[in-house]
Structures are given as C-alpha cells and as structure tokens.
Design a protein around this ligand. Structure first.
Ligand code: FPP
Ligand code: MG
Length: 331
C-alpha cells in the first residue's frame, strides 16, 4: 500500500468538495487515529492487522485532505503511553513505522512530485537507534517538499512536547540568548515541535472516545474538536467533510474569541529572530544528538554521521552569522 494515492474523487465527492471548499478551510488538521484494535476484533483479525489497515486509511485521508486543499495534517500514531502495551504490539508498531519509512525512501519521487513533506514530532530519546535512524532518513528525504506537510506524532504526548520546549527555553536563558523576563507564551510557541506549523484549526478523534489523550494540548487552544464514533480504519471521505462542516459552523465564534485573546496577548520578546533561530537550532541539534547515539550502523551509519556533521557545521555557521533586525511578525 502506497503512501501517495493516485485515486481521484468520485463525482458526488467532487461536487460536495466544490461546495465545501467555497467556505473557509482549516489550515492544519490533527487526527487522533483511534479504534484500530476494535476494528480488528470486529472482523476477527489480529490486532496488528487493524494497525496495518489503519495505515491504509491514513494514506486515503492524506489524499482526501489534499483534494480538499488542506495543506497540513498531524496524526497521533504512537503515544508515549502506548509503550505500556504488550511487547509484541509495541514491536509490531515499531516495525510498521520502519517498513513505512523504507517505503517513503522507495517512493521519494512520488513524494517530490506531490510536494509531500513528512516530519516526526515526539521524544526521539525513547526510541531505539534503529527506529530513530528510519525516522531521520524520512525527514531528510522529504524536507524540501513544500505543498503539503504531514506531521507524525510518534513517541509523543502534548505534555512531553511542552516539557522539551521549556527545557530548550531554559537552555536559551542559560546561554543568555534570552533574559528570564523575555519568556512568554510566544517564546514557548517557538520552542515546540510545531514551531514551523500553521495554527491547529481542527482536531478529529475517531472511535467515540471524547478526550484529547494528551494530543497537541498547547496547540489546540482555539481548535474546533470533532468527535466521531466511526473507527479509524472505517473513516470515509464523508466523515472528513462532516468534520470540515463542523469547523465552518463554529469558526465565526472561535474567530471572535481568538481576536479578544490576541488583543490581550503578551508581546513576544524583543529579539524575536534571534530567539527563533536559537530555539529551532536547539531542537534540530537535540534530534541529531539523539541520532548520534546510534551504534553499529554499518556503512549507512557512517553516511548518516557525515550528514550530521555537515548539518551541524551549517547550524553553527547560521547561528554565528545571525545579525538581522527582529522580525515584526510576532510583535
Ligand atoms: C489507536 O487505535 C491506534 C494506534 C495506537 C496506532 C495508530 C497507527 C496507525 C494508524 C498506523 C500509522 C502508521 C504509520 C507508520 C504512521 P487503538 O490501538 O487504541 O485501538 P482501540 O482503541 O480499538 O483499542
Ligand atoms: Mg484506543
């Protein structure tokens, strides 16, 4: 099953999409993909088969979102809590992630053609060296694509994202990039996995659960939350359209609230560009530091280490070269 589906919408789907896209669209949609094991149990399948079919549905969902003109999607693929599942299930999910990462490399031309970039959000330090290497290679392979971003939350919780971000802010304070009094919510925004993302406008959770389960807690402050009873592998184009309609109905109220919030919001610290560059670099360096711990990777490992060294040299050049005036975008 390919990542990049070629299938076109049927004519009723196309017509409905035309009507829907006349209205405002969410810039960034989060999916809490829940219900794979119940789907498998309903069909007397092994639960791992439920996750495999869940991946197939993910590739359909990406296709439908692209057809609707949505440019960014984040999916909750593996929570830090999921490490508490049986060893067999955790191993099967890690293997699925590695297999699908290898498929990205095989399909890299298709990814480039449709402009699909994949980023992984989460705590890499909790993953094995093998999995970290696969995820890094996917990010490296697709990083120049720019039509559509898929963020895969893997070894992720929202709390952990905030904690890692706050630690990066503390590092910026220790290195005197920031004064303690500069730290405000805008600085935390810049320190999160989503620092390059569009605001999260819509979160969809399948399977009838009505919780966020620690998914993008900081980012979902003004998101419309849409719960649907359908199990993830059964999610259809029409369910997505229903979620977008829900978003469109609630948007005017949310925009009004957001406006009031923006008016009273704390100003971002004085030297925005410098902080932004520093926090992004710290994030990237911590990802590469985790990847560096990979032992015995043979010649692929050697290649990767070379790439990391080049990458670090680039980061240190751009950090030293920084001089520009602060951007006004966040002030
Ligand atoms: C939640 O359903 C689903 C997961 C924990 C795994 C989600 C993974 C995929 C959809 C595959 C995506 C793969 C890649 C490589 C991105 P559940 O297991 O909690 O099912 P249940 O709620 O019925 O118990
Ligand atoms: Mg579940």
């Amino acid at each position: 099953m390919s990542w990049v589906k070629e299938s076109k919408l049927s004519w009723p789907q196309w017509l409905a999409a035309k009507v829907m896209t006349a209205g405002p669209l969410p810039r960034h949609v989060g999916f809490i993909m829940d219900g794979n094991r119940r789907y498998a149990a309903k069909r007397n399948m092994d639960k791992v088969r439920g996750h495999v079919e869940g991946f197939d549905r993910l590739s359909d969902v990406l296709n439908w979102c692209r057809e609707l003109g949505i440019r960014e999607v984040s999916v909750y693929a593996f929570s830090i809590e999921n490490f508490k599942r049986s060893v067999d299930e955790v191993n099967a999910l890690m293997k699925l992630a590695c297999d699908k990462a290898e498929l990205v490399i095989e399909e890299r031309d298709k990814f480039a053609e449709v402009g699909l970039k994949i980023r992984f959000f989460g705590d890499f330090s909790l993953l094995t060296a093998e999995v970290r290497e696969h995820l890094s290679r996917v990010m490296e392979t697709t990083k120049r694509n720019s039509n559509f971003a898929l963020n895969i939350c893997f070894s992720y919780t929202g709390r952990n994202d905030i904690l890692r971000g706050v630690n990066n802010v503390l590092r910026a304070v220790r290195e005197e990039i920031l004064e303690p009094s500069d730290v405000c919510s805008g600085v935390v925004d810049l320190s999160l996995d989503t620092c390059d993302s569009q605001p999260l406008d819509l979160v969809v959770r399948t399977s009838g659960e009505v919780r966020l389960s620690d998914f993008m807690l900081w980012q979902s402050d003004f998101a419309v939350i849409h719960f649907t009873r359908v199990l993830w592998p059964e999610l259809s184009f029409w369910h997505i359209l229903g979620a977008v309609l829900h978003f469109q109905v609630h948007l005017p109220f949310i925009q009004d609230l957001k406006q009031k919030h923006e008016n009273g919001k704390d100003k971002l610290c004085r030297d925005v560009r410098k902080t932004q560059d520093f926090l992004q670099n710290v994030r990237l360096i911590s990802v590469t530091e985790e990847t560096k711990k990979i032992p015995n990777m043979g010649h692929r490992g050697g290649q990767l280490m070379d790439e990391i060294s080049r990458f670090e040299a680039e980061i240190s050049r751009s950090t030293n070269a920084f001089a520009g005036p602060p951007s006004t975008a966040f002030i």
